[in-house]
Design a protein around this ligand. Structure first.
Ligand code: PMP
Length: 330
């Protein structure tokens, strides 16, 4: 018999799939690491388990404990799976900008979801930053995850995602391309790959409205770079501890419209039903095609599944409202 003893054992070992049509302008072999194959449908399952297990080892989390995180996204789902299997209570604090479906999914997975107003300053006592911190401080036997600055996040990718990519490409990978949010994925994978072969290029995909690219190129944290954008999961208005800037060779910015259109293209042309940041990653790679040759082997990592974006990227009305699609003439 061949079975996993619980759902957490099915995390990782995700497939690497050749892209055929969408990257046909690129002379290299382009392979997609498809993280929606994880049980929570995203790469974040990997870090959820690693952060929890490290907290257990460090004595920060013990039997009957309460896990608190400011998320309603993929990390919440990963934490929910791990909390169920390991017997913890999970409280996710989020804001009212997020879709109701995201809260429903987390509640279905046993989490308590607290929704805070989004139109208040981070320092305001009603903001989700303040509320999640307060809950963690006031709840006995609780632990605040803090995926941005918790270095178990990048360590999960150093231990799992990096070695998987190295082995799946038989060490032939020359370029790794991935969206950057907390920085955990790019930094952990980059550290592993560069230790194996320092010549491997690491390209981070950023959004317009995020501080990363300018900070990487100039060392300046420029508040003028910060403005609202629709691309989900990548770009930040803070510098998370998980971003190892020295391991990243280049940041490429992709705009919201292109990210959305290329996400839909991945579904239509490759049969890969992926999330918003995946379209951004593929478009960013295409923007850099002049730097690639026939002998290169590129891995682009696709963080999550399209199921979280049905009401947005995969909804024509939403796309038209945002100006990403034109209404069809009748
Ligand atoms: N894409 C999606 C959909 C995400 O949820 C995240 C995490 N914020 C990222 C990309 C970026 O990954 P990381 O946090 O590891 O940099």
């Amino acid at each position: 018999m061949n079975y996993a003893s619980n759902i957490l054992e099915t995390i990782g070992k995700t497939p690497l799939v050749k892209l055929n049509s969408i990257t046909s302008e690129i002379p290299s072999l382009v392979l997609a690491k498809i993280e929606s194959f994880n049980p929570g449908n995203s790469i974040k399952d990997r870090i959820a388990v690693k952060m929890i297990e490290d907290a257990e080892k460090e004595g920060k989390l013990s039997k009957g404990g309460v896990i608190v995180e400011g998320t309603s996204g993929n990390t919440g789902m990963g934490l929910a799976l791990a909390s169920i299997v390991k017997g913890y209570k999970l409280i996710c604090v989020s804001n009212d900008k997020q879709s109701k479906e995201k809260f429903d999914v987390l509640r279905a997975m046993g989490a308590e979801v607290i929704v805070c107003p989004s139109d208040v300053d981070p320092e305001d006592s009603r903001s989700y930053y303040s509320v999640s911190k307060k809950i963690a401080e006031e709840t006995p036997n609780s632990w605040f995850v803090g995926q941005y600055d918790n270095l178990s996040n990048s360590l999960a990718h150093y231990e799992q995602t990096g070695p998987e990519i190295w082995n799946q490409t038989d060490g032939k990978i020359t370029h790794f391309v991935v969206g950057v949010g907390t920085g955990g994925t790019i930094s952990g994978v980059a550290k592993f790959l560069k230790e194996k072969n320092p010549k491997i290029k690491i390209w981070g995909i950023d959004t317009y409205g995020s501080v990363f690219k300018k900070y990487h190129e100039t060392g300046i944290f420029d508040k003028n770079e910060i403005y609202p954008y629709t691309t989900e999961g990548i770009g930040e208005d803070i510098i998370p501890k998980n971003v190892a800037f020295h391991l990243i060779d280049h940041f490429e910015k992709v705009n919201d419209k292109d990210a959305a259109l290329f996400t839909r293209k991945l579904a239509k042309e490759e049969g890969i039903f992926a999330g918003n940041s995946c379209g951004a990653a593929v478009k960013g790679l295409l923007q850099l095609k002049e730097s690639l040759t026939e002998s290169d082997v590129v891995v682009v990592l696709l963080h999550d599944s399209g199921s979280r974006y049905i009401a947005k990227i995969y909804n024509d009305d939403w796309m038209i409202e945002k100006g990403f699609l034109k209404r069809k003439q009748k």
